[in-house]
Design a protein around this ligand. Structure first.
Ligand code: TRP
Ligand code: ZN
Length: 506
């Protein structure tokens, strides 16, 4: 087939698709006009952001700029009542179409949408249409399929959105909250606790508590208004926007997170917390929320580690670049989630915040949060860096050196399955396996040995500078380091990142 015929075939296919996609009652002229303007016919936005590990996480066809989440939450009754809470939400979502769209999706899991307005116009709830079946007028529907991890809310405006159009959605929703699990069975999302909720969304658990384009490629700013029974404390990202307001036995907490943020890094954790506020020497606000019910030993460890946050920030600012956000701090809950998460500006810890973990979650603010993975397979860029930063902090504090930690990893025998994980592609069930962390950190140390200290730290700063407020891939990382070092690192990166065998020490 000649190139010319292929092109013509492509055009015919596009026109046929446009005709099929035009909703009943919409003049075909609408689609035709869009095509003439060179922006393509109005089509449905993709139900995923294109991530091979999580095909239905995030969505296509638009870019969210801001989420304003107005939440009201009733935690569970005392035991033996079930661990079930009640959440109702009003989400105001500002987005911009990135293509001509006749409808588009958000992700929402386990909660029921009760009303939607699109630029003030109410949409009607309908049953999910069969493939090819058209729906008339402004409408929405939900699909909840646990088998293929497909939790989609589809929204159809009454008329086609042109590329560049701004839309404000107001979504009223709610339901019971439980203890959702990620693809490998770990608790995540809105994890209901006896005294509130511990909210940790990595990789695609934000959709368990608000309608969202749940993929790091669509960062946005956030505002939170969280109403809880009087006495409970609600802590989200960023800074308090104003003092909490109590009325009729309910307290509303206001948080403002003006820095670009990936959805997996949002939190709105609720519990019996004590708040501690301070500022670092250079004036960065630090807000810690510590559960009143930690064991005495855990409370003591936590207090010592959190007391070192300002010194850690100063160290990482020297090592990397200026701290990227408006505040820092911690949320330490007495729940059994069993891992910590680097939620933006305010990491969440389960039961205790140990010193290495605080250093790890702090380092993620630059490496993971400011610069986020473009696909979930790039997770080693988060975990390798945060683990390496732990090594650097430990060395800085007079403990084991990074070189000694590297030697420990290199002592793992060649035959050990540890070396079989391909860390640039660990699979959706392998995001948080030990080699992603430890071989990831060892890769960075080996890179440092390969290119020398100067190029290594210049590269780290460039990486952060170039991709802050955005996402990047392993290939982008390799480019930064080939430029910073002036070396061809192809074989080095293949051996360390792409091969399921033990690499040689440079
Ligand atoms: N990203 C977290 C950290 O390293 C860890 C994490 C997130 C995790 N989800 C998990 C660990 C599930 C184990 C299981 O700080
Ligand atoms: Zn981590």
């Amino acid at each position: 087939m000649s190139a010319r015929t292929r092109t013509l075939g492509g055009i015919l296919t596009a026109l046929a698709a446009a005709a099929l996609a035009a909703p009943v009652g919409t003049p075909a002229a609408v689609a035709a006009v869009a095509t003439e303007q060179g922006e393509g016919a109005a089509v449905p936005g993709e139900p995923g952001a294109g991530d091979p590990y999580f095909p239905f996480a995030g969505n296509g066809g638009y870019d969210v700029t801001h989420y304003d989440l107005d939440l009201t939450y009733q935690p569970p009754a005392p035991a033996p009542a079930p661990l079930v809470g009640e959440l109702s939400g009003l989400a105001t979502i500002d987005l911009r179409a990135t293509q001509n769209l006749d409808r588009f999706n958000l992700d929402l899991r386990g909660l029921d949408v009760r009303a939607i307005t699109i630029n003030g116009e109410p949409a009607q709830e309908v049953d999910p249409p069969a493939t090819g079946e058209q729906v008339e007028g402004a409408a929405y529907w939900q699909v909840q399929s646990t088998v293929d991890r497909k939790w989609e809310l589809t929204i159809q405006p009454s008329s086609t959105l042109r590329k560049g159009a701004k839309v404000r959605l107001v979504i009223t929703y709610g339901g019971e909250t439980t203890r959702p699990t990620d693809i490998e069975g770990a608790l995540y999302g809105w994890v209901t606790t006896r005294d509130g909720a511990m909210v940790v969304n990595e990789p695609e658990g934000a959709m368990t508590w608000y309608p969202v384009s749940d993929h790091p490629t669509d960062k946005a700013t956030y505002g939170f208004e969280i109403t809880v029974p009087e006495g409970k404390v609600a802590v989200a990202n960023g800074l308090p926007e104003r003092q909490p307001v109590t009325r009729d036995g309910w307290t509303t907490w206001y948080w403002d997170a003006p820095d670009q943020q990936a959805s997996y890094l949002t939190t709105a954790s609720i519990g019996d917390f004590t708040l501690h506020t301070s500022t670092t020497d250079r004036g960065l606000p630090v807000i810690n929320a510590v559960d009143k019910d930690l064991t005495a030993a855990n409370a003591a460890t936590t207090s010592t580690s959190l007391g070192k946050q300002a010194a850690m920030i100063a160290f990482f600012e020297d090592t990397f670049t200026r701290y990227p956000f408006n505040s820092f701090g911690a949320i330490v809950d007495d729940d059994s989630v069993g891992y910590a998460l680097e939620t933006q500006t305010r990491p969440v810890y389960s039961r205790v915040a140990s010193e290495p973990t605080v250093a790890h979650e702090l380092a993620h603010q630059w490496l993971g949060n400011a610069v986020s993975p473009e696909r979930w397979q790039d997770i080693w860029l988060n975990e390798g860096w945060a683990s390496y930063a732990e090594w650097l902090w430990t060395e800085e504090s007079g403990g084991t050196t990074a070189q000694a930690r590297f030697a420990e990893v290199m002592d793992i025998p060649e035959s050990d399955p540890f070396w079989e994980v391909v860390i640039a592609d660990p699979g959706p069930l392998g995001l948080f396996v030990a080699p992603v962390y430890d071989r990831g950190a060892a890769t960075l140390h080996a890179l440092r040995l390969e290119v020398g200290d100067t190029a290594f730290f210049v590269g780290a700063r460039r990486w952060i500078h170039r991709y802050t407020d955005s996402t990047a891939t392993t290939e982008d990382f390799e480019t930064v380091y080939e430029q910073a070092s002036g070396k061809d690192l192809g074989q080095f990166f293949d051996a360390w990142l792409r091969e399921g065998s033990k690499p040689d020490v440079p």
